[in-house]
Every structure is written in C-alpha cells, then in structure tokens.
Design a protein around this ligand. Sequence first.
Ligand code: PLP
Length: 451
Amino acid sequence: MAEQQIPNLDGNFYRNLRKYYPTVDRGEGVYIWDTDGNRYIDGSGGACVVSIGHGVKEIREAMLKQADRISFAHGSHFTSEAAIECSEQVVSLMPSPELNKCYFLSEGSTAIETAVKLARQYWREAGKPDKFKTISRWTSYHGNTAGALALGGHTARRRHYQPLILHTPHIEPAYCYRCSFEKTPETCNLECADALERMLKYEGPDSVSAFIAEPVVGATAGALVPKDGYWQRIRAICDQYDVLIISDEVMAGVGRCGQNTALDNWNVVADMVVMAKGLSSGYIPLGAVVVKEKIWETIRRGSGAFVHGHTYSMNPLAMAVGAAVLKYVKEHDLVRKAREMGQYLLEQLHTLRNLEIVGDTRGIGMFCGVEFVRDQTTKTPFDPKLKVNAKVFQAAFQRGLITYPGSGGADGIQGDHTLICPPFIITREQVDTLITLLREAIETVTQELYV
Ligand code: PLP
C-alpha cells in the first residue's frame, strides 16, 4: 500500500494533521475495504466499537424501516416505539432489576457528563448538596469533553488543557503489571482498592458523590483487568461512605468482556452503567446511562426534572438501530461468543510474549491488549518520542490489520500498548491470521528499533 507523506488538504479537520488517511469504501463481517481495494481485518472493531460485524443486513433494514416512519422528533416532545424498545433491550442486559432507567445520548463522553451530573443532582435532591466531587483513577479514559477529560487520568491527553475544569481527585489504578504499590499477585492485598477509602477520608466523604472507573481499562492502558476482589472491595467502600459507583462501560460493556455488563465478571452491581460503542456496534452514534430506580425516583419526587438534555438524545433513528443491534446480539448469542472466542484470542496473544518488545498480554472476553517495553525484565517503557505504538499500528495496517494503539502517559511510567478487540463474530481462522499479522508487525518494528 502506498504511503503518502503529504497531509490531506480536502477541508477535513483530522485528528492527526500530518497523516495520510486512506478512504474507506465498505465493510462486511470482520473486514473493511478501502477505495484502493485494500482489505483489512478490523482487529480493533474501530475504537472497540464494532461488535456484531460490519454490513449486517438486519440493522440496515431496521434503520430504513424507522426512516420510512420518522427519523427525528425531539425528546422533549415525544417518546417513540423505538425508544421504548431500545430501553427495554438495554435494561434487559442489566444484572439487577434496580438498574431500570435509561437516559440516551449520542456518544460516550456526553453519557459520562450526564452520569456525573445525575450523581450530583441525586445527592442534592436527597438532602446532601455538598457531595459535588467525583473520584476517578489515573491511567483511565472517560472521554474528551471538558468534564470527562478532567475525570480521565491519562497525563498526555490532559497536558494541553490544564487546568482542567472539574475538581476530580484521582487514585491509583488497578494496574497489576505495574503495581503502584510494588506488589506482586501473591503479595497483593488490593491496596489500589483501599486507595479509594484513603482518598475519601482525605477529601471528606460528605463531599463526594461518586467514584467513576472503567471495570477494565481500555484506550489509555490496553485492557487492564483488575484482580478478583477489587470491584467487590470498591463496592463495599462506596456503600460504607454513601458514594455512587459509575461504571464506565463505554468500551468494556455490552458483551465485550464476555458478560452483558463488564462488572458481571465480578458479580458487582454499579449504581449507574454508562455505555456507548457496542450499544449500536457503530451503526449510528449512540450512548446511554442506566441508573438505579432510587436515583430516578429521588429526582422525580424532588424537583421532578433532571436539568439536562441534548438535541439528539433518544432520536428515533438511533433508538431503532440500538434496539436492532441488541436484539441481534441476543439472537446470535454473541456475548457467549465474545467470552469463548475471547479466551482463544487471549491464548494466542500470549504466544507473542516471546517477542523481545512484548512486556505483557492481557484481557478478558473480546477485550485484549499488548504492552510494549524496552526491557522485559525491568519493564522499562520505550521513550514516548519513539512512538512505538504508532509504529506497530502502521506496520500492522500496511499488512491489512487494524489495531487500536495507545501511548504511555506523558510521565513515561506506563508503556506503549495496543488494544486488540475485534468484532465478536471473528472465527478461529481469522484470529490466527490476526495473530500472524500482528507478530510480523511487531517483529518489523523491533528490527527498526534496534538497527
Ligand atoms: N469512556 C471510555 C471508557 C471510552 O473508551 C471512551 C471512548 O473511547 C469514552 C468514554 C468516550 O466515548 P466517545 O468517544 O464516544 O465520546
């Protein structure tokens, strides 16, 4: 594939202003083609979005059927049959009947902002107006809108926008490969969960409305799976100090981690579950916050209105697509497939550990990651200026494999990494091809780094 060095000059404001982007043509199953006829395995489902595969006819039909009726009616004027069906589908994924009220948005970031505002308004209406802080974690990602960025804990992403807009105390992540407390799996006593209690005492629990975290960290760290017991302890601490748990399942949710919600892996029920990406499998922009009835009921009995709203919330077209995608996930048993094929994917990723620059391979369900290091024994990351993640991405892309790269933080304490999170429908043979291409890409970059 020809690599052009000149930037596109066609009026689009791209993310990377110095890069050439091929033009996408079409997609089917796990594959994407560009207009030059190159085929790619979508090994990352875009940005961990596509779960049911590309080009599913049932979704196209649901979209057209709804468009034939009506595409837009404002959420402050109407509900729709599609919205009711979509809510029912979403609620049916929840691990507890308490989680039974949905608020729809058009993506993850605004869904996160919505959850944070809901938490504050809930406590205010419950008679605790001072609970205004949200605690989050370093090495996390919650979106790019100003509030979500402040919650996030990726130093390189935050750097250009300091000072950030919310007061959001951060605690250490559950990052077993690089434990902030220098523990091993054998000596670990979930110190990273206890960090929440310490922070609550420091900030004053009466000032904290919620703790927000990704059950499995995605974009900023390459699929960090916490140790068993972590989430149970977080739940106990939040219960003790009257703090809500907002589970950011924008990447990890809707089956991606092999269960309906990611926290189902630890039998923990959050107070709010935030979803996007897999909710519509990328067929239309869609996000949602599902909240416990007590939150909805407190606001309903109090002021009676959640002071919020976005133009495209709950628009009928998005609702019809969301409902159709979730129906498709169920009818094709795709959560089980994510769980089972994800196990095979992870086993195969582990075979890459014999490559010189692979420090760690990890994941759960169809949500896996590889972390790159300069030294496997000391776990020393590469200098971020070398852009190892981008190099691996490019080498894989040129071979027809799409991955989702992430850099270490600006402070260089974590390594470059890549997410491998294909659609749930990927076959064993396609996983094998993905691994072969990834291995070749990593080997090529290793040679470049050491010449
Ligand atoms: N939260 C998490 C965990 C994410 O991974 C993302 C996006 O990658 C977001 C929130 C923000 O979602 P969006 O990009 O749809 O605004």
